[in-house]
Design a protein around this ligand. Structure first.
Ligand code: K1U
Ligand code: ZN
Length: 172
């Protein structure tokens, strides 16, 4: 099922999400809905708070090449266990802040540990767009948006645009 994506500003996007304590069928349904919602948007990632679910779950698939095999990933209670000193700058977007993009600097590589949908502990070393995306999504689980890395004036400008967009959508 495709779920509606919250648009900034919304208090649920500023609040840290709760750790998941049990991996059960409800969680597997949530993960399937999140992947469907992400592919429909379309996006390369989605965190549960973006659909109003305050649990530490994220999905991502950064395979962008036409015709390439998709690689849907579901990360439960993800944690960055190592980050490179080397940084990279990527022009990020966000499904909760439509049509706004800005350069964000983050560690270029990260190691992340998480629980998978079978309840098994997993870890992986992410590089490139995968590293950027997983950090953007973990930020969502901590109530942080990519605009929080920008100068206050630019952040305020984007927030005002989003307030206008929400007013227009409410009227339509
Ligand atoms: O979390 C989100 O809001 C999803 C976001 C993830 C993201 C994008 C860019 C850098 C870091 C994290 C998006 O997916 S925005 C849409 C997007 O980037 C995209 C959409 C279609 C094709 C390719 C990319
Ligand atoms: Zn986002």
């Amino acid at each position: 099922m495709i779920r509606p994506i919250l648009i900034h500003p919304d208090p649920r996007l500023k609040k840290p999400a709760d750790p998941v304590d049990t991996v059960d069928d409800d969680l597997r349904t949530l993960a399937a809905d999140m992947l469907e919602t992400m592919y429909d948007a379309p996006g390369i990632g989605l965190a549960a708070p973006q659909i109003g679910v305050m649990q530490r779950v994220l999905v991502m698939d950064c395979v962008k090449e036409e015709g390439a095999e998709p690689r849907p990933m579901v990360l439960i209670n993800p944690e960055v266990t190592w980050a490179s000193d080397e940084v990279s700058i990527y022009e990020e977007g966000c499904l909760s802040i439509p049509e706004q993009y800005a350069d964000v600097e983050r560690p270029a590589e990260v190691k992340v540990a998480w629980t998978d949908l079978d309840g098994a502990e997993r870890s992986e070393h992410f590089t490139g767009l995968w590293a950027t995306c997983v950090q953007h999504e973990i930020d969502h689980l901590d109530g942080k948006l990519f605009i929080d890395y920008l100068k206050p004036l630019k952040r305020q400008m984007i927030t005002r645009k989003m307030q206008k967009l929400k007013r227009e959508r409410a009227r339509a």
